[in-house]
Ligand binder design. Sequence first.
Ligand code: DGP
Length: 116
Amino acid sequence: MADCIFCKLAHGEIPTTFVYEDDAVVAFRDMHPKAPVHVLIVPKTHVETIEALAAHENGQVIWGALLLAIPKVAAALGVSASGYRLINNFGRDGGQSVDHIHIHLLGGRNLGDRMV
Ligand code: DGP
C-alpha cells in the first residue's frame, strides 16, 4: 500500500536491516525499543487489521507464516533459550499505531509477569 510505512520497510523502499526474511515475512528492529531485543515481525502483504486478516482470502497463510517465523526470528536474535514475549496491539484501545498487522517480539532481559 502506497503510504504504509511497514510496506515501504518490508519491500525495501525505505532501507532497513532485516533480522529475518522469508518469502512472506520480514522482521526488523522497532525504532522505539522497549527491551534489549525488540523486533517487529511483519507480513509482506498489506493487511490493516486482524478483522481484515480473518476476511482475507489468504488470511490463514499470512498468519501462519507470521507464527512460523517466530522461532526463526528468536533464534536469529539469540533468545530461543532465554525466552521472549510476543505482543499484538489491535485497534485504538489495543494501542495499534501502524495499520499493518505485526507481532512484537521482546526479550534480552527478564520481562517480569506484568501483562499491562
Ligand atoms: P503498534 O503500536 O503495535 O502499532 O507498534 C508499532 C511500532 O512500530 C512502534 O513500536 C514503533 C514502530 N515503528 C513505527 N514506525 C517505524 C519505522 O519507521 N521503523 C521502525 N523500525 N519501527 C517503526
